[in-house]
Design a protein around this ligand. Structure first.
Ligand SMILES: [Cu+2]
Length: 161
């Protein structure tokens, strides 16, 4: 079978690109350890209100400068929907939903998560700048979706004393 020289060049270039991408994907997983974010755990969404730690949603201090927020999403609110912390705090959010899929976005931070019923989602973020951070649901969850928000109030060190 005769292959035109130009066609041969494109076949070789095409194979080279395919192999280069394949090597890139394999190296990202094996050498650099990239992976898709997975759930931090599982929970029965019908029994969420009775299942620790989601039976007591809210803010708690776990170490000096470190806090944990147990946060339950439901149509169409977050519990708690207001959190007050001093500036410089590191906050771990532990989230789950008791009904449908919700989203969790805190602008001005990297936090952008899905809250899926049955799964526990966890993320840690540091709040250095005092101010008010509004968080909201960014996954359409029904007729009251647009009111589903809350706020994190980061107080300057002098204001929190
Ligand atoms: Cu929503």
């Amino acid at each position: 079978m005769r292959i035109d020289p130009y066609e041969r060049v494109w076949i070789v270039l095409g194979l080279f690109v395919l192999v280069a991408f394949l090597v890139g994907v394999i190296a990202s997983v094996t050498v650099f350890g990239y992976h898709l974010p997975g759930p931090a755990g599982y929970v029965d969404p019908r029994r969420l209100a009775q299942t620790p730690p989601f039976d007591q949603p809210g803010l708690r201090q776990i170490a000096p400068g470190k806090y944990e927020v147990i946060l339950v999403a439901m149509t169409w609110t977050f519990r708690p929907n207001e959190v007050r912390i001093p500036a410089g705090s590191e906050v771990t959010f532990v989230l789950s939903s008791q009904d449908v899929i919700h989203g969790f976005r805190i602008p001005k931070t990297p936090v952008n998560l899905m809250i899926i019923p049955g799964q526990i989602t966890r993320t840690t973020v540091r709040f250095d700048r005092p101010g008010e951070y509004t968080f909201y649901c960014h996954e359409y969850c029904g007729i009251g979706h647009q009111v589903m928000s809350g706020r994190i109030i980061v107080e300057s060190a002098s204001a929190s004393r």
